[in-house]
Design a protein. Structure first.
Length: 459
């Protein structure tokens, strides 16, 4: 593990060129910790340290690095070293690397692979970019139903080192159709003479090779699995997907949703490696759209210029009203977008959500309205800023907050449903977008309430 003193010590060994000690030490580190170490070193030291790792350790460590560091290290390797590294990598991680590299680079690196690994890589890359086929690995253990437990264990000993995981073995027929899966503990606890068929219950969960990656996340979560088999449209077993790959997908999807909810286009690369101009382009489009939307706020204020001039005090509460509506809308949008992403609510649940959010909006608006009224009442005891009609101002603010917060909550909760129904990503109903929408409509609600409550007294 990379401790507080480890990095300076490693740098000292590099500076003194004590590569023998460095090689012995680093080849006993965990790959994830080695990847963290490489991220803290300079480019020159990183290349030096990486070159000290044995091929297997280097491949495992390489899989933990981000694309920028992977590309940098590949550029420092000759073809023979690159070939050894790439052939040692897990097929799914190698596929993920090739799909992110420029086409020319990927083609050159693929030519360095052995014939067998080229076949595997071409097969995985033939599936759609966002399909389960790009996540899977063809390295698994398959057995037959008429085998004995002893036969299975002998087979695992002979071929298990090539498998991605040994947690589960898969039962296939003579044509490679998947017919069941067995956890390894079931094999280990069974008598050696017992046949696989007696352990089978024919209840298994699988993924289609053409399924969307995001579906895999939901299936893993629902069935609490660490590995799942992948079959094609005919039911043939073609590979497995492990939980580490699914967690990467879940992390990327969550990151994209958060970025969209924050009011920008999702980044295609990590923040630190995204070019400045690309970052500006992805953020500017939303900022311009939101700015144009906020211009309507000024238009709305101008429409009620006469009311504002007659009761200047009304202008004091504009930020309070519109921010409360925007905040309630942002809350609702965030909750519903996440609930849709996790499958907690479906499109058909919109009416249930609608009724729930109306109740929430009214109760939250009433709470804020009472606080607003109390503030005006309290302030009127020590100041005459509100004059003799302070109670009417307080009632205006109170009723406006009930209306604006309720409208904001409804807008924020329903917009994700509308976008999903139209085929768009619900996360694009970002918090800033909802806030802008509620700002404009909130002003209309506020001044309409003011015109009704204050008519004949102030207006």
């Amino acid at each position: 593990m990379l401790g507080k003193l480890a990095l300076p010590e490693i740098r000292e060994l590099i500076a003194t060129e004590d590569y023998t000690t460095l090689r012995d030490v680093l080849n006993h580190w965990l790959p994830a910790d080695l990847a963290a170490l490489l991220g803290h070193l300079s480019a020159a030291d990183r290349s030096q340290v990486f070159g000290l790792l044995n091929t297997h350790r280097a491949a495992e460590t390489f899989e933990y690095l981000n694309l920028l560091l992977q590309d940098e290290l590949l550029a420092t390797l000759d073809d023979a070293s690159a070939a050894a590294l790439l052939n040692e990598m897990a097929p799914d991680d190698r596929t993920a690397l090739f799909e992110e590299l420029p086409k020319d680079s990927a083609t050159h690196l693929m030519s360095l692979l052995s014939a067998e690994q080229q076949r595997v890589t071409h097969s995985l890359l033939s599936y759609g970019r966002n399909t389960v086929g790009r996540l899977m690995t063809p390295d698994y253990i398959a057995v037959k139903s008429d085998w004995t437990v002893k036969h299975v264990l002998d087979h695992v000993r002979a071929h298990g080192k090539d498998s991605e995981t040994l947690n589960v073995v898969y039962v296939t027929d003579n044509h490679n159709h998947l017919i069941d899966d067995l956890r390894i503990r079931e094999i280990l606890l069974a008598p050696l003479h017992e046949h696989v068929a007696t352990l089978m219950d024919h209840r298994f969960v699988s993924l289609l090779v053409t399924d969307d990656k995001r579906k895999a996340v939901g299936v893993f979560r629902k069935y609490d699995r660490t590995v799942l088999p992948v079959v094609d449209s005919r039911g043939f077993l073609v590979g497995i997907v492990t939980i580490d790959d699914v967690l990467d997908v879940a992390e990327k999807e969550a990151t994209r949703e958060i970025q969209r909810l924050g009011g920008s286009e999702a980044l295609d690369e990590p923040y630190a490696t995204t070019p400045l101009l690309v970052m500006i382009r992805k953020r500017a489009s939303w900022l311009v759209l939101l700015f144009l939307g906020e211009l309507l706020t000024a238009t709305a204020m101008g429409y009620y210029e006469e009311e504002i001039s007659s009761a200047v005090v009304l202008a004091l509460f504009v930020p309070l009203i519109i921010s409360s509506g925007g905040n309630s809308g942002s809350q609702a949008a965030t909750l519903i977008v996440r609930a849709l992403a996790l499958g907690e609510v479906q499109l058909r649940d919109w009416w249930r959500v609608f009724r729930r959010e109306i109740a929430s909006g009214i109760l939250l608006g009433t709470l804020l309205g009472c606080i607003g009224f109390a503030r005006i009442a309290l302030w009127s005891t020590v100041s005459d800023i509100y004059g003799p009609h302070w109670a009417l101002y307080g009632l205006t603010v109170c009723l406006s907050l009930v209306g604006v917060v309720t409208w904001g909550t409804l807008s924020g909760s329903m917009l994700p449903f509308v976008l999903k129904r139209l085929g768009f990503d619900p996360a694009t109903s970002s918090a800033p977008f909802v806030a802008t929408l509620v700002d404009v409509t909130g002003l209309m609600i506020y001044f309409t309430v003011a015109m009704i409550v204050l008519r004949g007294a102030v207006l």
